[in-house]
Design a protein around this ligand. Sequence first.
Ligand code: URA
Length: 311
Amino acid sequence: MQNDELLYAASQLARHLRRSGVQWMPGPDAEKVAQLADSFQPPDAHPPSATQSASPSKPAPPPAEGPRKSAASRAAGRGESGRRPAASPPDRLGDATRSRLAGVPPMEVSDGPYPGESLSAPQRLEVMEGLAATVAQCQRCPHLASCRKQTVFGEGSVTPRFAFFGEGPGADEDRTGRPFVGRAGQLLTKMIEACTLRRDDVYILNTVKCRPPGNRNPEPTEIENCREYFTTQLSTLRPEYVVCLGAIAAQTLLQSKLSVGRLRGKLHRYFDSKVLVTYHPAYLLRNPSAKRAAWEDLQLMLRDAGIRAGQ
Ligand code: URA
């Protein structure tokens, strides 16, 4: 493994652990990481001059003032509460290097941490259960509330690497109280499994929690009424990737008016999460020829995540 690949993998692991609620990690020492990386090189891979040159695979020495503090660790401000702040991972790779490693185009960066602290799994469960109970009583959209059989909160792992973000419940979801269980849901399950994941490993949620009657699109006011719910879900779960399924989910999360066709093909940002936009499974059922493009989207994300799936 090249030094920069090892550094990148270490920084990704550290980010993942922080997102998953690990409260403290030892500070990374760039020089030790570089030494460790060197020790994994085959003997003929580091002639003396190469280890001192500014070759792209050799990380630069740390700056004199030590590793740069990330915006995330600054804003976390946990030092103020007397608790030790989680160390930020070394982040000395440019976007170009990261993209080369991942084999994806550069990401549109709008960096920033999720608000508040990352919670442990039991704390997340508690927050999600409390929120689900609130959602179940919600009357913010009187018409939707009067039409629904029940709300559909979302389900899955509370420490997910991937979250799948849909539009809103249909008839099957309204009946069962579970997201994506109808025909579109069965296709989504296949898409998740094609990514070598299981439904239980990921989290599945919708933009609106009540079924819009007749499966119409949710109204802007209905989406705004639910914004607090899905933003709390995402900032509690802090997935590394959010997959937006269709235009409603993508435009709502990214606050954009662009079409799926314009938003797909690259990774966007939502706080700490990378966001992939792809076609909604219901659209794929109506337009099977778009399945290839949807699979290309998922593969883009999987390459970035270091997952090999049917390349
Ligand atoms: N379509 C969605 O967007 N969400 C569901 O839960 C089911 C179908």
